[in-house]
Design a protein around this ligand. Structure first.
Ligand code: ATP
Ligand code: MG
Ligand code: MG
Length: 406
């Protein structure tokens, strides 16, 4: 074909013949939850093979991946065996056996992001110390290991005091608030005691929570997604609004802080940076996830390249895609378990049936085998021509005109 722009001499190069499609690299993912599932969905479009390691036979990613190895991503021998099948190893959860990843890297296994990054992120105290060392603004924090040190922190930071578990935290299950000195002991007990490894953070008096996803390719190219607003209830991300309704100065500042944070970490992939906006227009970092993130679910429908496709492109070494929005506005609503068991499934089902009738709404159901209270079971993204429009659609879906969207 004469109009073709493909150079046939290029095609005769030997390496071009070895790759028959987008990429022959087999991507191994530690974890097969909803994030792994959506990575598989993006991979299938480009016929990229994703192999999942997850202990749960019926984990959300299992039905959609190329192969599912049933086993623990926290077990050394299992992770080592798993790595043998993969061209590159990545994660959808940071609570993995990082010592084994470090060992595998020394043996030449390709891990993205780097094991050193996962080591920093999986311990929130270490993470805070790392970002503080790199000049990233964040709430004051200090380690506690007994009542006296917790009381001293309370005297120093004031109340309410945010007590956090250093490790294995997600969806706020690792956070406890002490409103005064008397509440320290019960909050610490709720987290499993000082022996679990705790630290405290000064309360961040935020007016909004924001998040920025930063993608970095293997060639160090960087692409940032638009700043979004995240709305939490009971410490769990519940609603995401894209783009965030903040002045351009704040958008730039949030993006700069996010980029600076990600540049202090090694490896390719997408990184989600959670931020607080204070009333005096300061941006403080909350935490970073070195993987696709809840605040980026909306990108599937609202951006030219979703965070899931972007993560695959990044870890494989393909060019990064366009991370800008292709719709003026998007709102994402997490479907959290309201009740245990069948009753919970019925309630979620009613919501999904309603969402299917809303123009611009896309329903995602993670197919988790068990329904539990406050568990992330699925989500709905609504795209439209303005934030006012998609907010109104969400309110009508939920039947809650008084819904707090700020
Ligand atoms: P995730 O599911 O995002 O991983 P997590 O369990 O790691 O959550 P954090 O992100 O540390 O928990 O905190 C959850 C939420 O608690 C935050 O989004 C914010 O609403 C609130 N929060 C956390 N730290 C502080 C703080 N220092 N001051 C005030 N609120 C805070
Ligand atoms: Mg977290
Ligand atoms: Mg968080």
């Amino acid at each position: 074909c004469q109009s073709s722009s493909i150079n046939h001499e290029d095609l005769s190069r030997k390496d071009e013949f070895l790759v028959h499609g987008v990429s022959d690299t087999i991507v191994g993912v530690l974890g097969g939850g909803q994030l792994g599932r959506m990575l598989c969905q993006a991979a299938s479009q480009m016929a990229i093979k994703v192999v999942i390691l997850d202990p749960l036979e019926s984990c959300p990613a299992s039905a959609l991946c190329y192969q599912h190895v049933v086993g623990s991503f926290d077990d050394s021998a299992t992770v080592q065996n798993f790595a043998k099948r993969c061209g590159v190893l990545t994660v959808e959860i940071e609570h993995v056996d990082v010592a084994t990843l470090e060992k595998l890297e020394q043996q030449g296994v390709d891990c993205h992001p780097k094991a050193s990054t996962i080591r920093i992120i999986q311990d929130k105290y270490l993470q805070k110390a790392h970002f503080s060392k790199h000049g990233i603004p964040l709430p004051d924090f200090v380690e506690i290991d007994n009542f006296d040190s917790a009381k001293r922190a309370g005297d120093l930071f004031g109340y309410p005091l945010m007590i956090k578990s250093k490790r294995l935290a997600y969806d706020g299950r690792g956070n406890a608030v002490a409103n005064n000195e008397e509440e320290i002991s019960s909050s610490v007990a709720a987290l499993g005691g000082y022996g679990r490894g705790l630290y405290v953070e000064k309360w961040a008096p935020f007016v909004k929570e924001l998040a920025v996803i930063v993608a970095r390719g293997r060639d160090n190219s960087i692409s940032c997604y638009p700043v979004v607003e995240t709305i939490h209830s009971d410490n769990i991300c519940h609603i995401v609004k894209a783009p965030a309704d903040v002045p351009w100065k704040i958008r730039n500042l949030a993006t700069d802080v996010a980029k600076k944070a990600v540049k202090s970490l090694d490896g390719a992939g997408v990184f989600a940076v959670e931020l607080f906006l204070t009333k005096d227009d300061q941006i403080l970092l909350n935490e970073v996830a070195p993987r696709p993130h809840n605040s980026g679910h909306h990108t599937i429908e609202s951006c030219f390249t979703s965070q899931y496709e972007q993560h695959l492109r990044a870890v494989i070494g393909l060019p990064l895609g366009d991370s800008s929005m292709k719709t003026p506005a998007a709102i994402m609503y997490n479907i959290l378990g309201e009740e245990e068991g069948e009753l919970g499934f019925n309630l979620a089902h009613q919501l999904i049936k309603k969402a299917l009738n809303i123009s611009g709404a896309s329903v995602h159901w993670y197919d988790k085998p068990e329904m539990r209270k406050q568990r992330k079971m699925g989500h709905v993204t609504i795209v439209g021509s303005s934030m006012g429009m998609v907010e109104a659609q969400l309110k009508s879906l939920l039947g809650k005109e008084e819904l707090r969207l700020e």
